[in-house]
Design a binder for this molecule. Structure first.
Ligand code: NAD
Length: 360
C-alpha cells in the first residue's frame, strides 16, 4: 500500500532541512522499495504570505487526507507583529487540534559520538535514550474557565484550569505503555498527586491501565522530583508519561541533556497513530538561507514516522543507523561541531546520510 505524506516545509530553515529529509525518502523509495507519495503545501508564515492565513484550507485538507505529515518549522521576525490569530505558530496549534493529535512523543537520545556536546558529564548522559510522552490537547493549556478578570474588590485575577477526563488520561497512558512494549518495558508516570486532585485521578487511571500491560513496570514520580532526577541520573528512565504542562517543561529539559537541538525529532499522534512529525527546534531565522542548519532532527523525524505511523520499523532502523554512520565518519554541522571531525553544510549532511543508506 502506498502511504501518502503531506510535506509542509514552513519558514526559515524549514525548507532547507525538509529538502534533505526528502532526499532520504527518495533514496528509500528508489533503492529500498518504500512505497510513498509526497505532496507539499505552504504553512506558517509562508501560508500567511500566500493566502493570508497560517494554515490555508488546502494545506489542512492535504494534512487530513495524508497518512502522515512531515513539518519543517514555522515562524520568523517578519510575522511577529501580526495579530495572534494569524501568526505562523497558530498553524501548529490548529493542526494539532484539527487532526486530534493528543500524544506528543519527544525522544531524548544522545548519540555517543556527541556526548561532549552536553553540559552534563559524559558518563551521566552517554547512551541516553528516553522517550517523553506528553498529553497534548488537554490539561491546563485548554481547561476552562480561563482568563484575566477584575474582581469586585478591584483586583485583577488570572485563572487557568487543570482538567482531565478519565478517557483522556487512559488513552495517553496506553500510548506510553504501547511504546514501552517496543523499548525497555518501563513507564514512569509523572504527576503532582500530593497537591493536585486532578493528577491524583491521573495516577489512579494510569495504574488501572497498567493492569492491561502486565509486562511493563510502572512507577510514579512527583514532577519536582522528576525534574531533579532528569538532571541527576537521566538514564534511570525509559518512557515518561505526563500531562501537557509538565511534559512541555520536562521535555525541553530532557532535550537539553543532549546538548544539540538540531538532533532531536518529535511526533504527535492521534488515536489511530496517524501523526505529524517535526524536529523540536524552530525556524532558526538567525541562520536561515545560509545552508548551515542541521537536517538530522528532520531526518530522524522521518525515522519516527516510519516506526510509529507507517509501521515499517525496518526503514526507521536503516535511517538511524545511517545517521550514526555519518557521525562516526566525523561529519558535523556547525551546531554539533566541537573541533574534531569535518564541518559540513546542510546539503552535504543530507547527501552523506543518503550515501550511508546506499552503502548499508
Ligand atoms: P529556534 O529553535 O528556531 O532556534 C534556537 C537556536 O538554535 C538558534 O540559535 C538557532 O540557530 C539554533 N538552531 C535551531 N535549529 C537548528 C538546526 N537545525 N541547526 C542548527 N542550529 C539550529 O528557536 P527560536 O529562535 O526561539 O525561534 C525562532 C522562530 O521559530 C520563532 O518564530 C518561534 O516562534 C519559532 N518556533 C517554531 C517552532 C516550530 O515550528 N515547531 C518551535 C519553536 C520555535
Amino acid at each position: 500500500m502506498t502511504n501518502k505524506i503531506a510535506v509542509l516545509p514552513g519558514d526559515g530553515i524549514g525548507p532547507e532541512i525538509v529538502a534533505e529529509a526528502i532526499k532520504v525518502l527518495e533514496c528509500l523509495r528508489q533503492d529500498f522499495g518504500l512505497e510513498v507519495e509526497l505532496e507539499s503545501a505552504v504553512v506558517g508564515g509562508a501560508g500567511y504570505d500566500a493566502h493570508g492565513v497560517p494554515l490555508p484550507p488546502a494545506t489542512l485538507d492535504l494534512a487530513r487526507a495524508a497518512d502522515a505529515v512531515l513539518l519543517g518549522a514555522v515562524g520568523g521576525p517578519q510575522w511577529e507583529s501580526l495579530d495572534i490569530a494569524v501568526r505562523p505558530e497558530r498553524a501548529l496549534l490548529q493542526l494539532r487540534s484539527e487532526l486530534a493529535l493528543f500524544a506528543n512523543l519527544r525522544p531524548a537520545v544522545l548519540f555517543p559520538q556527541l556526548a561532549a556536546a552536553s553540559t552534563l558529564k559524559p558518563e551521566v548522559v552517554a547512551g541516553l535514550d528516553i522517550m517523553i510522552v506528553r498529553e497534548l490537547t488537554g490539561g491546563i493549556y485548554f481547561g476552562t474557565p480561563r482568563g484575566v478578570h477584575t474582581r469586585t474588590d478591584g483586583q485583577r485575577e488570572g485563572v487557568n484550569t487543570l482538567v482531565y477526563a478519565e478517557h483522556e488520561i487512559a488513552r495517553i497512558a496506553r500510548v506510553a505503555f504501547d511504546i514501552a512494549t517496543r523499548r525497555g518495558r518501563r513507564v514512569c508516570s509523572v504527576d503532582k498527586a500530593n497537591v493536585l486532585e486532578c493528577t491524583e485521578l491521573w495516577r489512579e487511571v494510569v495504574t488501572q491501565v497498567a493492569g492491561d500491560y502486565p509486562d511493563i513496570e510502572l512507577t510514579h514520580m512527583y514532577v519536582d522530583n522528576a525534574a531533579m532526577q532528569l538532571v541527576r541520573d537521566p538514564k534511570q528512565f525509559d518512557v515518561l508519561v505526563t500531562t501537557n504542562m509538565f511534559g512541555d517543561i520536562l521535555s525541553d529539559a530532557a532535550a537539553m541533556l543532549t546538548g544539540s537541538i538540531g538532533m532531536l525529532p518529535s511526533a504527535s499522534l492521534d488515536a489511530q497513530s496517524k501523526g505529524m512529525y517535526e524536529p523540536i527546534h524552530g525556524s532558526a531565522p538567525d541562520i536561515a538561507g545560509r545552508g548551515v542548519a542541521n537536517p538530522l532532527a528532520t531526518i530522524l523525524s522521518l525515522a519516527m514516522m516510519l516506526r510509529y505511523t507507517l509501521n515499517q520499523p525496518e526503514y526507521a532502523v536503516r535511517i538511524e543507523a545511517a545517521v550514526a554512520r555519518v557521525l562516526d565518519q566525523g561529519l558535523r554541522t556547525a551546531d554539533i561541531f566541537a573541533g574534531d571531525g569535518e564541518q559540513v553544510r546542510t546539503a552535504q549532511m543530507g547527501d552523506a546520510v543518503v550515501a550511508a543508506l546506499r552503502s548499508s
